[in-house]
Design a protein around this ligand. Structure first.
Ligand code: ATP
Ligand code: MG
Length: 388
């Protein structure tokens, strides 16, 4: 026996122009996450996923985490006759009652206008049938504890509660972004949010081995693995910034060291994005959170790229970011102790309002390009797989 899921795709309706591409991208992504063991059928406004018995848990994890889905429900299907539909509606209602609910309503949709009963008539008829057969249930159309949904389309589909999906757009429909992933709380959340806007992700982590440890790297890898539950597989590039940090320490005033490190990260990310075909950078920056995240300093560090830098957390309070991190499952990993690659220098009084005409020439005189290209050339590359 197969289990059927009815899926409500996300903002696809808005995309009339490339609807087909969006749909087939979402379909391929669902099938890939099901390891080819389940099939998706695309119907107007709905997808149907057929899952072999025993894979329901996997299917529900996939459907609850994949970007591009508003909601999904386990559904029953049958021919378009009242006895068949009634039998399924009763089964769904019984499940609701067994789950401890006592009020319900029937919500019917008739996409096939050839069906003899209209939506209202259908809902009334099925509501009556349920009341007759399942004592203890009463109708409450305003605030029912559960709803029996019926859709008459090419066949009849009957289902109970709709579970929430992640919404957003299918991964990859907006191209590929390069996520600057640190071991902190913010950047994994930023990656998750942009994956939901349709970016597939690769990630770059700048370490300062031997000043930062292998454990710090493992933490970043584990964070990438959690983000990958939503975004799909992530290629993680680990780039050694030890020489670059030494060069900054040697040649720059102490108060500029963090600022210049950020600028060098953006510069390296820009070059890496070019090599891997990413159309944008993604960071976890939030305005004013730390000295390097003032408007002036963000301007300074972004001057080394003309790619768009997506900062979905720029206006988000730390507390709200922490809540999202808990919800998606990265928080517990992010708060593990680790050394940031700033360990080589944490200036006591970092510059807050840098100026391109003042600090710009200083940064340029460090001549970091050769170090950056060498660091990129010798980077470590790991494919962090998708898993539910
Ligand atoms: P996070 O919690 O994401 O580390 P943060 O509040 O600690 O952010 P910063 O350390 O100033 O802020 O970093 C700002 C952004 O720069 C990070 O969100 C991340 O995108 C990027 N970044 C910082 N350090 C690194 C690193 N070592 N490797 C890759 N990206 C980094
Ligand atoms: Mg950080």
């Amino acid at each position: 026996m197969e289990t059927l899921y009815l899926i409500k795709p996300g903002e696809l309706e808005l995309k009339a122009g490339n609807l087909r591409e969006f749909e087939s991208r979402l379909r391929r992504d669902i099938e890939k996450r099901m390891e080819g063991r389940a099939r998706v059928d695309i119907r107007p406004g709905r997808f149907f996923l057929r899952v072999p018995e025993g894979l329901e848990d996997q299917a529900e994890r996939v459907l609850s985490m994949i970007p591009g889905i508003v909601g999904y429900a386990r559904a029953l299907t049958c021919g378009k006759t009242m006895p068949e539909i009634g039998e399924r509606a009763l089964r769904i209602a019984r499940e609701g009652r067994d789950a401890g609910h006592s009020t319900f309503k029937v919500e019917a949709r008739r996409a096939d206008k050839g069906f003899p009963l209209d939506s209202y008539g259908l809902a009334r008829e099925l509501g009556g049938l349920i009341l007759e057969n399942l004592p203890g249930l009463t109708v409450d159309v305003k605030r029912p504890e559960f709803t029996v949904f019926v859709e008459i389309r090419e066949r009849a589909y009957i289902h109970g509660p709709i579970r929430k999906g992640q919404k957003g757009l299918p991964v990859g429909s907006a191209g590929k972004g390069l996520l600057l992933l640190s071991g902190g709380i913010d950047s994994p959340v930023a990656g998750y949010l942009m994956a939901k806007r349709g970016l597939s992700l690769e990630a770059v982590y700048f370490n300062a081995y031997p000043y930062t440890s292998r454990e710090a790297w493992e933490k970043v890898r584990d964070l990438a693995a959690v983000v990958a539950r939503y975004s799909g597989p992530i290629v993680l590039h680990t780039v050694s910034f030890t020489e670059i940090q030494r060069a900054i320490k040697r040649g720059a005033p102490e108060e500029c060291s963090t600022l210049f490190l950020r600028a060098a990260m953006v510069q390296a990310s820009h070059d890496l994005a070019g090599q891997i075909g990413a159309n944008s950078l993604v960071t976890g920056e939030s305005l004013g959170q730390v000295a390097s995240q003032t408007a002036e300093n963000i301007r300074f560090s972004q001057a080394r790229t003309d790619l768009p830098i997506f900062r979905p957390l720029i206006g988000v309070d730390k507390e709200d970011t922490m809540k999202m991190a808990r919800d998606i499952g990265t928080y517990e990993i992010s708060i593990l102790p680790y050394e940031d690659c700033c360990v080589l220098f944490s200036p006591e009084h970092p510059i807050l309002r840098s100026r391109p005409d003042r600090e710009g020439p200083m940064y340029e005189s460090l001549n970091l390009e050769p170090y950056i290209s060498e660091a990129l050339r010798t980077r470590e590359i790991l494919e962090v797989p998708y898993s539910t």
